[in-house]
Design a protein around this ligand. Sequence first.
Ligand SMILES: CCCCCCCCCCCCCCCCCCCCCC(=O)SCCNC(=O)CCNC(=O)[C@H](O)C(C)(C)COP(=O)(O)OP(=O)(O)OC[C@H]1O[C@@H](n2cnc3c(N)ncnc32)[C@H](O)[C@@H]1OP(=O)(O)O
Ligand SMILES: Cc1cc2nc3c(=O)[nH]c(=O)nc-3n(C[C@H](O)[C@H](O)[C@H](O)COP(=O)(O)OP(=O)(O)OC[C@H]3O[C@@H](n4cnc5c(N)ncnc54)[C@H](O)[C@@H]3O)c2cc1C
Length: 646
Amino acid sequence: MNPDIVKERQNASFDVQKLTYILDGGPEKTKRRREISLVLNDPDFDEEDPNFLSRSERYEQAVRKSAQMILKLREYGISDPAEINCYKSVVRGNFHESLGLHYVMFLPTLYSQCDQEQSKKWLPLATSFEVLGTYAQTELGHTHLRGLETTATFDPTTQEFVLNSPTVTSIKWWPGAGKTSNHAVVLAQLYTRGKCHGLHAFIVQLRHMDTHEPLPILVGDIGPKFGFSEVDNGFLKLDHVRIPRENMLMKHVEPDGRYVKPASAKLTYGTMVFIRSLLVGLSALVMAKSCTIAIRYSAVRHQSEIRSEPEPQILDYQTQQYKLFPLLATAYAFSFVGQYMTETYYRISGDINQGDLSELPELHAVSAGLKAFTTWTTNTGIEVCRMSCGGHGYSRSSALPDLYAEFTPTCTYEGENTVMMLQTAYLVKSYRQAKAGEQLRGIMSYLNDMEQRHVRAHPASARPALVDINDLSDLVESYKLRAALVESAAKSIQQELQKRRSHEDAWNNSAIDLVKASDAHCHYMVVKLFTDKLSEIGDPDINLVLTTLAQLYALHGIALNSGDFLQAGLLTVPQMQQIPVRIKELLCLIRPNAVALVDAFDFPDKVLSSVLGRYDGNVYENLFEWARRSPLNATEVHESFHKYLK
Ligand SMILES: CCCCCCCCCCCCCCCCCCCCCC(=O)SCCNC(=O)CCNC(=O)[C@H](O)C(C)(C)COP(=O)(O)OP(=O)(O)OC[C@H]1O[C@@H](n2cnc3c(N)ncnc32)[C@H](O)[C@@H]1OP(=O)(O)O
Ligand SMILES: Cc1cc2nc3c(=O)[nH]c(=O)nc-3n(C[C@H](O)[C@H](O)[C@H](O)COP(=O)(O)OP(=O)(O)OC[C@H]3O[C@@H](n4cnc5c(N)ncnc54)[C@H](O)[C@@H]3O)c2cc1C
């Protein structure tokens, strides 16, 4: 064990184990997660470091691992979805799996959209993995749902739907598992009795069940990408492919071609809402991994000097702390927001299953906004962690390049982040409702008293100081009032309308304000949820250290967005000047606990797969060992010498 890291752990002011329990949701859950993590010792999962393999080899290794996972899940009798998720995230490490789409999109779509008869047919096939599925929605030319071109036309004479990709732009593009799957949920515009009824989901068989040969359908892999090398993102061109009427999910077409409206057309989009909710938790997980790597490495790396010899740990540099500790605070904040998002998703989707759709718009708005907010922040955060590790952060052995490459598409997939932020229509609508005197409930209720508070551009000196910057509840209140930026967005729309612009143009001309308002709303939610969580934590030592992190998270966010807070007169200039001073004090308070705080995330070394983030801190000898395994070192003299240099 590296002596620096031993010393760091001795300095901790709280019980790491107890904090792990809080993150997991209780000691029982930690125990079970650790039991599941024992799978890492299973020799059947021994594998080559993917960084030393070609793309095709990586795909093959991933398929083998996916198949092993299925067998092992059966062998160990793991069937609870949360446990399956835990098991898979341990085995997957920092990479995706080729059967991922089957689990996260195909199966959930079947579960939520099959009627009884369809469930009876498809669920046994899909849960036994005879049917391997993907989710084919995006097309070469469009992702915007109303713009999708693939058609499904009902033919009452044969009781079939005819699926067709009429143009190049209508070819399905991106769905994972282009080579792996034999079925797809295909999203297509439904036509019956000559009328279009919008997007609906259909189950389409793509490949022969025994030989895996494609049916008369063009299907394949779209080629190498920025990351996602284990995943065969695919293309799919359907040329008048016929499927039985029973393959339409939620069956909205009667045998005579009559269309029966669903309770809400948006139920077809449910799987996207599910994944967006999951991505909030994934952001927390990846931010936590990145911080673990960068902070442990910063504790064992010595460089340069502060006073005179010996060289200090780089974690003692104030600037290093300023790079990493706000991200550490963010990892904690997002962990609690992830828990909230999961609970909210299951609560509201439970109501939806019972026929109560009243909270569907809120679930959509919250999951879309938080997905965008947390993935954007994490995406930037991983890169900060990587650069804070200097040159060694650039080596794939650090895992940070892979974490970035695998995570960055979360800002794009499942709804491009700007587009998701623009789903703030809901916020503006809520604001208008509140203005008209309606009492809002839930997370939007803060808009009820906006008219009284009148938060808007104001000379800061003209307003009384509202905020004690050391008081978290005051900071939450400030974020809440800043979230009233939605008022500016609503006003911008109003002004545009007064200029006789159409509603659509008024919307587009206010889009920057709308995204800002949405971002401020999400930021408020994160600060509030983090602060609320503190009241649940009884252990005084843990409460203290998490309060310090929450304060850092809130104040750092204000420092980054000082213009908003000053403009709205929420903070005075002298208060603003105190914030950097307080942030520096908080960095000093967090410093002795930094390693313990990342230890509490409890990532096994194999899951981190990072030489820099090793628990024992023995970085250098293992870095040398890792480099020696590089395929270029397989022979002392590389063949290119004989071919070209000699
Ligand atoms: C420590 C923590 C531990 C935790 C650990 C946790 C670890 C977890 C680990 C797990 C690993 C997970 C990751 C795996 C990897 C995944 C692989 C990759 C998968 C990628 C798959 C994909 O990438 S798959 C394709 C996704 N492709 C989109 O995402 C299209 C976006 N584009 C749109 O989504 C629409 O285009 C857009 C813009 C809404 C306009 O929708 P539209 O066309 O209908 O038009 P409008 O805007 O007019 O909307 C009309 C009205 O519908 C309302 N509305 C719209 N959507 C609604 C909805 N969903 N629900 C309700 N309401 C909705 C709207 O709010 C309006 O409401 P209103 O009328 O009242 O105003
Ligand atoms: C790794 C990966 C895996 C994927 N897996 C799947 C899958 O399994 N199944 C599937 O169906 N799809 C999948 N996708 C596709 C993914 O869902 C889309 O790429 C995503 O929804 C974004 O759409 P787009 O690529 O068309 O981007 P575009 O929408 O073309 O975005 C390009 C730019 O235009 C801007 N823009 C677009 N519309 C607006 C607007 N209304 N207002 C303001 N700005 C706008 C965006 O902000 C962005 O800056 C995957 C994508 C990736 C990268």
